[in-house]
Design a protein around this ligand. Structure first.
Ligand code: 4AD
Ligand code: MG
Length: 447
């Protein structure tokens, strides 16, 4: 029997008989020919059924196959540069076809335009469409690339807990759950605090897992459940952290460009922008960024834009500010030294300027904004305790975290990269909800 092959490897089988396990994505009928576009999970391939080659009954069935019908197609691999589907142009001349299940005729995602709400309701089926298939393959390639870089550079993967007793990134976005006799637990906002414990045993670590924020904001960039990779490094300062981040991000972008050219092309991504992503990335202090924004604001005639860009020293940037700042560069940009008051409790103060902290965000170009947040961490136990009190955080829940600064404290730093925001940027898509198989937002937990 002919071997079952993967569509993305079809070029290895030219002129050979093969089988494909898949689903009918599209069908067109021209006289004695039926063109089936079949997807097998690895790619899309055109299968051409010719009336004279097939049993009359089977050919008749093929002319009526509903979209999504599951099939085993047998045929000969032929080269045809015009064939849609496989890059390079290969198709199958059908010699046999087995129908596993004819799909029900009322497939909701028939090949026409659908509204966003409708496709979100049908996310379980939307995943099958070429755009979603391409985005999620980029996501997988990105995750593989990020692990590759970390694993090859001495970082040990540590899985951090999802149920936690304390807030890492502020108490306003916590998801709470009842927890036996302990009262309540929270879904983790970040694995960072545990990674800080892990570095004292392993020096360089990373966690990768789902993180949760009960974000009230309904934006293109916020999910309530998102995946974050969080490297943490002992004996590391802010400057070294930026060097690590730019190496890390450049590696990921390079690998995705190598591994997913067809996916990016099918999404219409202009990859010339991504090809420029290489160290060093520009470094701008928060103070400089505020000055730059002031100049931009003074120069603009557009009153609405002027209003959007208004900003006092000490407040955080919103997405209009980030977009303006990054539009000046064609690489990701570091903004470091944010005001202490807009950042988390654990950040090391700037020497001689306690109103500023040793934080750094990485903003992606083309208007994508913050993809990474990181900082040098407070290494002094007394200062840490003071900060916990200032932020009204319960000392008992953080006792173990303070302990880390009592037994061999060292300067250390780390960062968290949001997978979905990074995939949005690399794929060039506007809304983060398409970058995870089943997105969770403020108004959606279905399907
Ligand atoms: O800047 P954040 O809040 O930093 C932390 O959580 C640190 N504890 C990380 C660390 O230093 N280990 O979040 C980091 C990144 C953001 O830059 C963004 O990419 C992503 O996580 N992120 C979100 N992505 C989607 N939806 C949300 N609601 C997100 N909130 C943060
Ligand atoms: Mg942040």
């Amino acid at each position: 029997m002919a071997p079952v092959i993967r569509v993305d490897q079809i070029d290895r089988y030219e002129s050979q008989q093969v089988r494909i396990h898949g689903w009918v994505y599209n069908r067109t009928h021209k006289g004695k020919l039926v063109f089936l576009l079949v997807r097998d999970g690895h790619g899309f391939v055109q299968c051409v059924a010719f009336k004279n080659d097939l049993d009359a009954d089977l050919f008749d069935q093929i002319t009526r196959l509903p979209q999504e019908t599951s099939v085993i197609v047998t045929g000969e691999v032929r080269r045809d540069p015009r064939a849609p589907g496989v890059p390079g142009g290969y198709e199958l001349g059908v010699t046999d076809l087995v129908i596993l299940q004819p799909a029900a005729e009322d497939y909701p995602l028939a090949l026409k335009e659908h509204g966003v709400d409708f496709v979100m309701e049908h996310r379980h089926l939307w995943l099958r469409m070429p755009s979603q298939w391409a985005i999620l393959r980029v996501r997988a390639a990105l995750i593989a690339a990020m692990r590759e870089w970390l694993d090859n550079n001495g970082y040990i993967n540590m899985d951090t807990p999802i149920l936690t007793p304390a807030a890492c990134e502020g108490t306003t976005t916590l998801f709470e759950t009842p927890y036996f006799d302990e009262g309540v637990a929270y879904l983790t906002q970040s694995g960072q605090l545990y990674n800080e414990a892990n570095i004292f045993a392993f020096s360089k670590v990373y966690s990768f897992g789902p993180t949760f924020r009960a974000e009230k904001s309904k934006t293109r960039r916020h999910l309530t459940e998102f995946w974050m990779v969080e490297p943490e490094i002992a004996f590391c300062d802010l400057e070294q952290l930026m060097e690590i981040e730019e190496q890390f991000v450049s590696h990921i972008v390079k690998r995705v460009l190598e591994r997913c050219p067809a996916e990016l092309a099918s999404l219409g991504r202009d990859t010339s922008q991504l090809a420029k992503v290489a160290p060093p990335f520009p470094r701008i202090s928060y103070d400089q960024a505020v000055e730059m924004l002031k100049e931009i604001r003074d120069q603009t005639q557009d009153l609405e834009q002027k209003e959007l860009l208004s900003l006092e020293w000490g407040s955080d940037f919103g997405s209009p500010h980030e977009t303006e700042l990054t539009s000046k560069f064609d690489k990701p940009v570091f903004i470091y030294g944010y005001p202490t008051q807009v950042k988390a409790f654990y950040m090391e103060p700037w020497p001689g300027r306690p109103e500023v902290c040793k934080s750094v965000d990485l903003l992606a170009p083309e208007g994508y904004g913050e993809v990474i947040g990181g900082s040098e961490r407070i290494s002094n136990p007394d200062l840490l305790l003071k900060r916990l009190h200032e932020h009204d955080l319960p000392q008992e829940a953080f006792q173990w975290y303070i302990d880390l600064r009592r037994f061999g404290s060292v300067p250390h730093a780390g960062f968290g990269m949001g997978i979905e925001r990074t995939v949005s940027w690399i794929c060039g898509i506007k809304h983060i909800r398409e970058t995870i198989p089943f997105p969770r937002t403020i108004n959606r937990v279905y399907p």
